[in-house]
Write a protein that binds this ligand. Structure first.
Ligand code: ADP
Ligand code: MG
Length: 467
């Protein structure tokens, strides 16, 4: 993989694009390339596979849109490009932008195929044919399975907002779709974040990709470590409360050495009004799955966990970790702290240390090669009340074994009388149950929509399992 160099083109007219496309960009008032466009377009136009990582609003649609249109053969009325998006709203946005870009070329047909919309008209449109199909994975796969859609002539595959698609549980469906595409194709993958799961997807689906990454801030991660003095163990619950209150972050993991401490710390936080959950090895697997799902999808703000239990947690952005006790093993400490400050984000690591633990601190100083000073615990800020988490979780009593798929659930939640696709967060499928994050404010509405409708022609029981 290569990183972008610095002498990128800065204006569209210097790109080797077809004249009508360039003229249209001028008419649209697009002059200067955005950073991601400058970094990605040369490789895209050259026909290479590209992984593009950049924030929302950075102009990714124009980047892949120009790549798709540049090589499109208007006179060949076959589906030549497939663009997959996580939700209908995003697919509609992409289709709108593509139509603007395609105005320069005569008679380019762009068709959207999304879940939550009736099947019949889509089948009708497919009979009329299209050059470009934009859609959500579940519905595209449905059409493929039913033989309505032939992707044998696709030259460009675009995975837009790939991280969101994986968050929503579309991984298996994506693989099924990709299996039906010609191996000789260009694949463009765009994502705002780059967790391990995206890397795995990219390895399966892309060939020798050029990776371009545009991060506005510094890419070096910075972790701020602070150590706080506590007199004894009895003081820890209150100290934890004070620390979390004065470092008001959206999410934090509190590391404990034992199961007993985990329960103690979680209880203290809950009674102080925090959306906290305990996680330890003695819990049943299904309870652990639920706890991890609630934390990872933003329905719980604080996870209090032992080291072993926290291994199951795979999240890219964690603003803070707290060590309830300093670990006996300095390597473990470093590992815990490394959970925060990933992906170029700023992270905070706070550690409670009692007199009895000074010997551990000395070992850590040795490993870190720097002296550590202990600070006093900050007092509780006046009038502080913990914020409610943004998301809430619906647990559905149906999962992979019932052939429930993320797309089915998105379909069941959106549409007539339902919620907006943008209000749906992570969808995690297990064998017999599924956890769906939705914005807290629409959780009841989402539950009612599920209760009144069907998933895969069946009724499934569901409930809200927020904290
Ligand atoms: P992303 O997919 O990265 O979130 P979009 O592709 O939706 O971002 O682009 C965000 C907005 O920026 C859109 O309204 C688009 O029309 C506009 N835009 C994209 N590229 C340019 C450009 N080079 N100059 C001016 N506006 C642009
Ligand atoms: Mg986009």
């Amino acid at each position: 993989m290569t990183k972008p160099d610095t002498d990128h083109p800065r204006d569209f007219q210097s790109l080797p694009l077809q004249q009508p496309l360039l003229k249209n960009l001028q008419d649209l008032g697009y002059e200067r390339l955005t950073e991601i466009q400058a970094a990605a377009l040369p490789a895209i136009v050259a026909g290479k596979d590209v992984i593009g990582q950049a924030k929302t609003g950075s102009g990714k649609t124009v980047a892949f849109g120009l790549g798709v249109l540049h090589k499109l053969q208007a006179e060949r009325f076959r589906v030549q490009a497939l663009v997959l998006c996580p939700t209908r709203e995003l697919a509609d946005q992409v289709a709108r932008e593509l139509r603007k870009l395609a105005r320069a070329i005569h008679n380019i047909k762009i068709l959207t195929l999304c879940g939550g919309m009736p099947f019949g008209p889509q089948i009708g449109s497919l009979k009329h044919g299209a050059h470009i199909v934009v859609g959500t994975p579940g519905r595209i796969e449905d059409h493929l399975r039913k033989g309505n859609l032939d992707l044998g002539d696709v030259q460009t595959l675009v995975l837009d907002e790939a991280d969101r698609m994986l968050d929503m549980g579309f991984q298996a469906v994506l693989d099924q779709i990709v299996a039906q595409l010609p191996p000789q194709r260009q694949t463009l993958l765009f994502s705002a974040t780059y967790p391990k799961t995206i890397d795995a997807l990219a390895t399966r689906v892309l060939r020798d990709p050029v990776k371009v990454e545009v991060t506005t801030a510094h890419t070096e991660s910075t972790i701020e470590q602070n150590f706080y003095r506590v007199e004894n163990n009895e003081q820890r619950p209150a100290a934890l409360h004070q620390l979390l209150a004065s470092n008001d972050v959206s999410a934090a993991v509190v590391f404990c050495n034992t199961k007993k401490e985990t329960d103690e710390a979680a209880r203290a936080l809950k009674s102080a009004g925090f959306a906290a959950l305990a996680l330890h090895g003695d819990m049943e697997q299904k309870d652990r799955d639920r706890t991890l799902a609630l934390f990872a999808n933003g329905s719980a703000a604080i996870l209090v966990a032992t080291d072993v239990a926290a291994r199951g947690l795979d999240i890219e952005e964690l603003p803070m970790v707290v060590n309830y006790h300093l670990s006996r093993d300095p390597e473990v400490h470093v590992h815990r702290v490394g959970r925060t400050g990933r992906a170029g984000q700023k992270g905070v690591a706070l550690t409670l240390v009692s007199k009895k633990e000074i010997y551990k601190l000395e070992r850590l100083e040795e490993l870190m090669q720097q002296p550590i000073t202990l600070q006093e615990i900050p007092p509780l800020p006046r009038g502080f009340a913990p914020a409610r988490p943004l998301m809430s979780t619906l647990q559905i009593d149906g999962g992979k074994k019932q052939k429930v798929r993320a797309g089915d659930i998105v379909g069941a939640l959106t549409g007539e009388g339902g919620i907006d696709g943008a209000q749906i967060g992570k969808i995690q499928l297990f064998d017999f149950s599924t956890f769906v994050a939705v914005e807290r404010t629409v959780a009841k509405k989402a539950l009612n929509k599920l209760a009144s409708g069907k998933i895969k022609g069946r009724k499934f029981r569901a409930r809200i399992v927020g904290v």
